[in-house]
Design a protein around this ligand. Structure first.
Ligand code: FAD
Length: 336
């Protein structure tokens, strides 16, 4: 194989990130197999590398002086099944929501609450995608990767992935290209009430089918979230912050109606969107960047091509929330 043929130069990355910021990639490849990926990595040992899925959770602030690996491996294989469970290996470039639809259509339960999350399958374990009381970590048995430093294959069991809230070993190290993910799903669906919004959308139907749950979530998300085709965005921009006991007490003094979730004795969680609203950033714009009118956690690009404009707006929010409530909001979105 002549690898040179698969490497492109000076590629515009604007179509590859949902915030639609401009940047050029010095080198760009779209490997279709593990062997091809491995060879490319070995061929460019000294280039900085970045893996790109659908670009729904990242944007660029400058040209990328290195090699972008845009995942292109597709396919779904059934590994094992019995009367109660099925194990399915899904290649990284498959669309996450197409896979959810495939599961719902075949009555494989476990990921229906993650309907309509814009993602490739390969990116799902990176930040352990979650919604409506479900996290993808609960159905992953194996993550198959290639080490981006050496080109060698390595498999991670669920435990080795060290999943956390919007976190995993892959996100922390950035050392592995995920090539496929193995999911273990149930063949029997029972609905568990976890989320008020969803229960209301299901009109108090206590025994919805998996299809009804998926459709309810699609309706809620379509209503609530901006369409990135017309309002470029990357979903929730900040993580919900964890607070110490002192921070929590301070917040309650300042904002008595803040929602607080107890994690343990000295760990509490609150809502970033609420803090952003209270800091004066509800539906606020600065130049061509602003918060979404229906949800302050989402930053919208209203017409800039410069990632730095988005970073500046992010910093304004961080500093204002910090100076008013002594809480630092960490971005969930990645910046390059
Ligand atoms: C409108 C909207 C709604 C959203 N809602 C949710 C939600 O409800 N819950 C939630 O958890 N997230 C949500 N997100 C965030 C986003 O959907 C997830 O982060 C998703 O997993 C990103 O997938 P991607 O393929 O676009 O990854 P990218 O944005 O391309 O990449 C994200 C990170 O993963 C790395 N990466 C990507 N693919 C691979 C791979 N194969 N191997 C190694 N590293 C890789 C990248 O280097 C980058 O660091 C939302 C985003 C948008 C735009």
């Amino acid at each position: 194989m002549n690898i040179q043929h698969n490497i492109k130069h000076n590629i515009q990355l604007k179509p590859y990130n949902s915030l639609r910021t401009q940047a050029l990639a010095k080198l760009f490849c779209e490997p279709q197999s593990i062997d091809e990926l491995s060879e490319i990595i070995k061929k460019y040992p000294d280039e900085k590398k970045l893996v790109l899925g659908g670009g729904f959770n990242l944007f660029f602030t400058k040209d990328f002086d290195g090699l972008i690996v845009h995942q292109n491996m597709k396919g779904i294989n059934i590994w094992y099944e019995d009367a109660n469970f099925i194990e399915i290996e899904v290649n990284a470039a498959e669309s996450w929501d197409d896979f959810v639809e495939f599961c719902v259509a075949n009555n494989y339960a476990g990921i229906e609450n993650l309907s309509l999350i814009p993602s490739t399958v390969g990116a799902a374990p990176i930040q352990n995608i979650g919604a409506y009381g479900t996290e993808v970590k609960d159905v992953i048995t194996l993550v198959r990767t290639v080490d981006i430093r050496t080109g060698e294959s390595k498999d991670f069991t669920n435990e080795m992935c060290d999943f956390g809230y919007r976190d995993s070993i892959f996100k922390r190290t950035g050392n592995y290209v995920i090539t496929s993910v193995v999911f273990r799903l149930k063949k029997h669906f029972t609905y568990k009430e976890k989320y008020v919004d969803l229960t209301n959308e299901l009109k108090k139907n206590k025994y919805p089918t998996m299809r009804e749950v998926r459709e309810a979530i699609v309706r809620i998300r379509t209503r609530k979230l901006p369409d990135y085709h017309t309002l470029p965005n990357a979903g929730s921009f900040f993580k919900n912050p964890y607070l110490t006991y002192e921070q929590k007490e301070n917040l309650i003094q300042l904002l008595p109606n803040a929602t607080i979730h107890n994690i343990n004795e000295n760990c509490f969680k609150t809502s970033s969107a609420f803090l952003i609203d209270k800091a004066g950033y509800k539906n606020k714009r600065s130049g061509m960047v602003g918060t979404y009118e229906h949800h302050s956690l989402i930053i919208i690009n209203y017409g800039t091509e410069k990632g730095k404009d988005i970073v500046n707006f992010m910093k304004q929010i961080q500093h204002n929330v910090h100076s008013q409530f002594n809480i630092w909001l960490e971005p969930e979105v990645r910046m390059y």
